[in-house]
Design a protein around this ligand. Structure first.
Ligand SMILES: C[S@@+](CC[C@H](N)C(=O)[O-])C[C@H]1O[C@@H](n2cnc3c(N)ncnc32)[C@H](O)[C@@H]1O
Length: 316
């Protein structure tokens, strides 16, 4: 792909980020891409953003590739591969994301996250920010000591797949895994993926979990599901803790703090009525769970970034 077609090329040396941000916002009103020339970050390795680096009598304010990548994300753009412009500078190019390309806009009900949806193309375990936080949560609840594991909103089973990879086969076969989701198409894929005989999947509304008569679990995992419309978050959460956790049971609740759009996982929770990321509901729900679990004598941790993971482990 040619990076400069239709792009605006501008050079920045010692301009502050406020100028660059304002210029980028303005430019993207009229353009789908923008390009600019900056100091090659490789020449300032170890510096912090804003430190001055002088090259051949030109002073530059340093920014890392991480800072340029963050800026792209904040502008709802993807960053293309930087190109060398001169011995010490590179061209950074951003391309607007197609914000309409997202499962978030779907009006479907049970199949909003089904195999025909845009959600189905997402492999969260391939996003390091998700993967490392989820792995940490699994370690935090000592998944290797658990036997009966329930996942609510399991979809096609990615969250069990990682557990399967963590265990030697014989130990894995000692686990009893159960997953519930109201998407029939997603559950049929999960059933095809887990044929070892120790996993059971239900096409079912989790509001009516009681009718399945599943008993209690050593670990309950639910990621991106409890805040769904149609689920009364607080009463449902309390019911899980009171009725579905064994005496030493643990929980992992994953709260999305991102949106999936145009091929990217964009940081920040979306709240109704706000055109930008707003985290009040997220923080309120997390705080509620944390307080409740602590009252019930759980040790609680909160980790992650684009997905926040609350873990609760019984203090014995
Ligand atoms: C945002 S997706 C998250 C899926 C998976 N845990 C993940 O993080 O990739 C929410 C999942 O919960 C399921 N779900 C939402 N409400 C449900 C309900 N009331 N009963 C059963 N499943 C539900 C959806 O079908 C979907 O698979």
């Amino acid at each position: 792909m040619e990076q400069t077609v239709g792009a605006v090329l501008k050079s920045f040396t010692s301009e502050p980020m406020t100028d660059i941000l304002a210029w980028a916002h303005d430019t993207l009103k009229e353009n789908d891409t923008l390009s600019f020339e900056v100091l090659n970050p490789d020449f300032g390795r170890g510096h912090y953003a804003g430190e001055t680096i002088t090259v051949h009598k030109t002073s530059y304010l340093y920014r890392s590739y991480k800072a340029w990548s963050d800026l792209g994300e904040l502008l709802f753009c993807r960053m293309l591969t930087p190109k060398p412009v001169s011995e010490h500078t590179v061209q950074i190019t951003y391309e607007k994301l197609d914000l309409s390309d997202s499962f978030h806009h779907s009006e479907a009900k049970e199949e909003k996250y089904g195999t025909a949806s845009r959600f189905a193309v997402i492999h969260k375990n391939e996003e390091p920010a998700f993967l490392s936080a989820y792995l940490r949560a699994l370690q935090s609840v000592k998944v290797k000591e658990k036997k009966r594991i329930l996942n609510l909103g399991i979809n096609t089973g990615d969250e069990f797949d990682l557990i399967r990879q963590m265990f030697p086969h014989e130990e894995y076969m000692n686990l009893e895994l159960m997953g519930i989701d109201h998407s029939e198409s997603a559950i049929s894929v999960a059933r095809e993926r887990f044929t070892e005989g120790n996993a059971t999947f239900y096409v079912h509304d989790i509001n009516d979990i009681a009718s399945l008569g599943l008993g209690k679990f050593d670990l309950i995992i639910t990621i991106g599901t409890l805040q769904s419309s149609g689920i009364e978050f607080k009463p449902f959460f309390m019911k899980l803790v009171q009725e579905y956790l064994s005496a030493e049971g643990a929980m992992i609740i994953g709260f999305p703090n991102c949106r999936w759009m145009g091929g990217e996982m964009i940081y920040g929770a979306k709240a109704p009525n706000y055109p930008y990321s707003e985290m009040s509901i997220l923080v309120k729900d997390i705080y509620y769970c944390k307080k409740y679990l602590q009252q019930k004598k759980f040790r609680v941790t909160l980790t992650g970034k684009d997905y926040l993971f609350l873990t609760g482990t019984k203090l014995i």
